[in-house]
Design a protein around this ligand. Structure first.
Ligand SMILES: Cc1ncc(COP(=O)(O)O)c(C=O)c1O
Length: 347
């Protein structure tokens, strides 16, 4: 059977042949003793790219975020975040269940809460309230369709956090996409956060892994939580070698192709009667298509599309999410558009 055109997520990416070759030649050691040369190299490289003192390798973005929450806070404190932030909506409630935090969710029109709303949300010093300790930001913002919040807003939130003595953690699972979109180095965005998590296993194509970066003392403590959560792995060199290749300048620059393909897809979808896409919000590799006018239910649409060999994800009653990655080329996207058009005509 023909392989489906998989536009569900960029997590489906597979390591390239070059990545595999590099990985198999990696020298291995026990990383918990600090003896895996590739892990050490990846962590140093990650810290320098992100403009932070130190970085650690973890098996997933979820663990990276959770370790950050645990390290920044004490149980019973409060974290401010955008109401549809991945940490709040899609990480199995670890923020409450494991980190023991309360959450103050705030709506943010462009993927980040406004500084004014954050100011309102900071708890006064009162025995009845939890202490506000941390602000979490997300870039690109997953549920807003991979959009990149304005850098100016990040700068203003940083100023406010510093004034109020709060820390900022950035969930940068797709921070490299944001940097490519803005045409800046990734550390230009990361500078506004104390700590940042980035994924290597999404558009960058490594099979497994994320980095958490921040100040030296913070990361020393974070290493303990990584171990506590079972993220202390042993001979990680094969995975880390893939991570090193994922962070090569050429591989980061390649994300631009995914963004161009997303735009091509968005424009093609707009030309299909019954589908609406806000192209001003197609910043990176996500496209959110609105089927409300056509009367299609998003779940049913996605099921029928699957029968036609195209995979996508329902994102609400009438919205469908498409995500481009290196696994889907321009020709396949054109084919996907044809099949979507057929399905819309059949209704
Ligand atoms: C914005 C965001 N943060 C964190 C994560 C968690 O990463 P992982 O799947 O590696 O746990 C994801 C995963 O899709 C994500 O989209």
């Amino acid at each position: 059977m023909e392989r489906p055109i998989d536009l569900r997520r960029d997590t489906i990416t597979l390591p390239t042949e070059a990545m595999k070759q590099f990985a198999f030649q990696a020298e291995l050691g026990d990383s918990i003793y600090g003896e895996d040369p590739m892990q050490r190299k990846l962590e140093e490289l990650g810290a320098s790219i992100l403009g932070k003192e130190r970085a650690i390798f973890l098996p997933s973005g979820t663990m990276g975020n959770l370790v950050a929450l645990l390290t920044h806070t004490r149980r019973g404190e409060e974290v401010i975040l955008e109401e549809s932030a991945h940490i709040f909506t899609s990480e199995t409630g670890g923020v409450g269940a494991i980190a023991g935090l309360t959450v103050k969710p705030i709506r943010g029109e462009d993927g980040a809460p406004s500084p004014a709303a954050i100011l309102q949300a900071i708890r006064p010093d009162n025995i009845h309230y939890p202490r506000t300790r941390l602000i979490c930001l997300e870039n690109t913002h997953y549920r807003y369709g991979g959009i990149v919040p304005p850098l100016e807003k990040f700068r203003a939130i940083r100023e406010l956090a510093t004034e109020k003595g709060l820390s900022i953690h950035l969930d940068g699972a797709r921070l490299f996409n944001a940097a490519v979109y803005l045409g800046v180095e990734v550390q230009v965005i990361a500078q506004y956060a104390d700590t940042v998590m980035v994924s290597l296993s999404k558009g960058l194509g490594a099979p497994v892994g994320s980095l958490l970066a921040g100040p030296r003392d913070f990361i020393k403590e974070a290493e303990r939580y990584r171990k506590m959560l079972g993220g202390g792995m042993r001979q990680t060199g094969w995975l880390c070698a893939c991570g090193i290749m994922a962070l090569s300048p050429e591989n980061i620059a390649r994300l631009r192709e995914d963004h161009e393909n997303a735009r091509f897809l968005a424009e093609g979808l707009c030309a299909i009667p019954g589908i609406k896409v806000d192209c001003t919000r197609v910043h990176t590799n996500f496209v959110l298509a609105d089927l409300a006018e056509s009367g299609w239910d998003a779940r049913q649409f996605v099921e029928r599309l699957k029968e036609k060999g195209v995979l996508a994800t329902p994102a609400g009653e009438s919205k469908v999410r498409f995500v481009t990655s290196k696994e889907v080329n321009r020709t396949q996207i054109a084919l996907a558009l044809e099949r979507i058009h057929e399905l819309m005509r059949a209704r």
